[in-house]
Every structure is written in C-alpha cells, then in structure tokens.
Design a protein around this ligand. Sequence first.
Ligand code: LLP
Length: 461
Amino acid sequence: MMDVMQPCSWHFLCIQAMHENHLDMEGVALKLFGTMKTNELNHLEIGGCDAVELAKEHGTPLYVMDETLIRENMKLFKNHFVSEKLDCRVVYASKAFLNMAICRIAKEEGLGIDAVSAGELHTSIRSGFPKENIYMHGNNKTEQELEMAVSEGVGRIVVDNLDEVEALARITEEKKLAADVLVRLNPGVTAHTHQYIQTSKHDSKFGESIYGRKIFEIINGILECPGMNLHGFHCHIGSQINDEDPFFEAVSVMADFIKVVEERIGYKARELNLGGGFGVYYSGEDSPIKLSDFMGRLVGHIEEKIERNELSVERVIIEPGRAIVGNAGITLYSVGGIKETYGGKNYIFVDGGMADNPRTALYDACYEAAIANRINESANERYAIAGKCCESGDIIIRDIELPKARKGDLIAVFTTGAYNYSMSSNYNRLARPAVVFAADGKSRVTVKRETLDDLIRNDII
Ligand code: LLP
C-alpha cells in the first residue's frame, strides 16, 4: 500500500512497470520502466533517446514521455480487462495527462476518454477523438459544459447530482437532443490512500450516496425525462490505490445497489462503470497491484456478482489514468547549484519545481531520481531536491541519496507522467516546460515550451 504521507525511501531507487529493468549500483537497485535504460555513455536513455541529448535539444525542465510504454499500458488494460460474457471497455482518465497527441494514441489503441471540463472535452474533440467514446464527468459541470456535451453528442454524461438532472432536462428539451447518461454513485467504500484523493467517503463531494433517499429522486428524475437515456451507474473510489480489496468491495456494493434499484423501482441498469484508481510505483513504499493478474480476477468477480444478483448489466467500464501514464513519464531538470545549509540539509537546486510538479507539496508524494548524465555512479550523498519557486514547500524530493551532484548535472525524476503536466501552473510566472514523446530513438514535441510572451498573452494593462 502506498502511503503518500511517509518520508521517501532514499536508499532504494526502483520502478515497476510492464517491463522492469534493474540496474545494480553498489547495493542500490535502480529499477527503470518501459524503454528506459542506461547507455554506454553512462547516461539515462528513454524511448531510445539519450536524456542528455533530449535536454540539449529541447531544454529543461522537460517532460519526457515513453510513448511505447504508454501504448503497452493501454494494451495491457485492453487485453486483460476482457470477458466472454460482458462488453468490457477501457476509458483513459485524461485528467492524469492530456494533450492532443495522447488523444490520438488513445484512439489508435481503442480506448475511450474521460473528460471532466470543457477544456478536456475541447482538447479531445479537436484532436479528432470519436465523440461517442467520450465520458463527460464532473461534480459541478457548468451549464456551458453540459450544453457542449449534449450538442457534441458525447457517449455518456455522468450525472453527479439533482441540480444536474434539472439542467440536463432543460438543455435536452431546448436543443431537442437526447443525452445518454450514467449516474455517479458514492458506494461508501474507503480506499487506503491519501485523504485528498479518496473519493468515496460518506462526506465526499462526488456523486450521490447509495445510502441516502436523494439517489432515488435522481434516478426517477432521469427516468421521467424524455431527453435522457439512463444506461447505468458509475463510481470511483479514489486514486493511487495499491490494495485489491476496495475494488472488489466496490463491485459488490454497486451490484447489490443495482439489485435494490431493480426491486424498488424496476429500473434495470445495463452499464456499470467502476472508475479508475489503480496505483503505481513511485518509491520503495509502494507495492502496486500486478494489473495483468488482477484484471482477470476483477472481471471474474464482476461476472459472479452480476450472475448471482441476476442483473441485466451487459457493459462494464474502467477508467485508469495514472496506471497508463504515471511510470511512462520522467522530468529532466538542470542543476543550477548545490547548497549546504548551516542546519545540515544539502539542497540540489533544479530549474523547475512545484510549478511543474506540485504533488510533493500537495500530497507529500515521494519520487525517485537519478543523475541522468552519470547514472551508474554510486550514491553516497544525501540531498533534498528543491525547485526555484519562492516557497519553502517547493521541494520535489525531500530526502534522496545520489552521487555527489554538480552544477550542470541533469536530474531525472521518475514517475512524473501522471498529474504533473496536468497539474502544472505558472507560479512565479515560470513558463510551463515542453512535453516530448520519445519512441524508437526519435523524440517529438507534443506540447511546445511556453514562452515569456505566452505568459503575458492574456494580460491587459
Ligand atoms: N475516473 C474518475 C471519475 C476520477 O475522478 C479519476 C481520478 C479517475 C477515473 C482516474 O484515476 P486514476 O486511475 O488516475 O487514479 N491529482 C491527484 C489524483 C486525483 C485523481 C482524481 N480522479 C494526484 O496527483 O495524485
């Protein structure tokens, strides 16, 4: 189980992915993901590209995504979340990382897209992503977002609350268009993860509790509205979950609730969407679920619950985000200096920080890192890796053992593919880094580095 509140394990650099590459450095195991490896120059390589060359060509800070690993992870879900009895769908939760390039990849690999705002919807649609495979989420979709989702004809709108039922009834009536909907339920399943990313406690802001009365008002409201087709139910119990049990529990609770709905009002759900939340390896604290095995067991449990409750559910959906892109991304930073403090802590200063990765400040997240230009050297110095933002909390890694760092070194921070670029900001008016996809020895820019003029583009004096 990952506990993001724990201090980082600095002595054990490793990574888990569909591929695992181990590199031993005097008792320290560096575990690299996907296509990442060390080359003959003692540099980190990703997607067949030398990290030092990537930094020279594209500058730093730089987000680099291993395109092959993204595709493998998508295929893993597609190939293992399968059933002979049920129509199993995999939807990519784009909040983890979204640009038009990944939409193209999701389309090619046959996944749907979960969008949670007009911005995510616009990005997906403009990339040419098939609208019928888009799931529109959000606990407070604006009228404009609902109108956009209805007019564009997205595959499903996941209704969160009663206000949204009323808004959709009006919009579908006005536009003379139908909306295909699911209702987001809160099944009250507690997953062991950071409290900020738990979503199914009884006081969560997401969805409607299955234990309250209001849920039936919502379901009946939709069933009575001619402009809405109710297909079934959705839940998402949290994120970065490394235990299997909460997922099984969510299936059981949801299946039992679907039965209750059938018995109480005669509505038979045909779709069950279980959300995402599958955890990944960030540091030695994490033992993620082995997804290739787990998917089969999850499907087995779903089938069993559907049969036992004699439900009409025909389609099941999962929405992984982090598990697809998390391990596939690294961030490259240049070292601007080393500071040894009077208090005893030694800092490596990098040219980014909480603006490109707010997760350490926000969740006490732990990351592992390496000096990408001297990757095999033994680690014998302890450092905190700090950014350049005007804030003491601007730390990327609180405590890590690395080879003695020098100004000009290139630091690679691992597992930054999920919720880093997508949560980045312009704090201190730092320009957002470029995003590069690397595969088969070639790199391509999929998001340009922001310029200083980009920063003032919307300013009015
Ligand atoms: N489906 C729904 C409805 C969600 O709300 C989420 C994530 C997902 C799917 C995908 O979850 P994943 O497979 O990526 O765990 N910013 C936080 C994570 C917030 C997740 C929000 N919802 C972080 O950096 O850890």
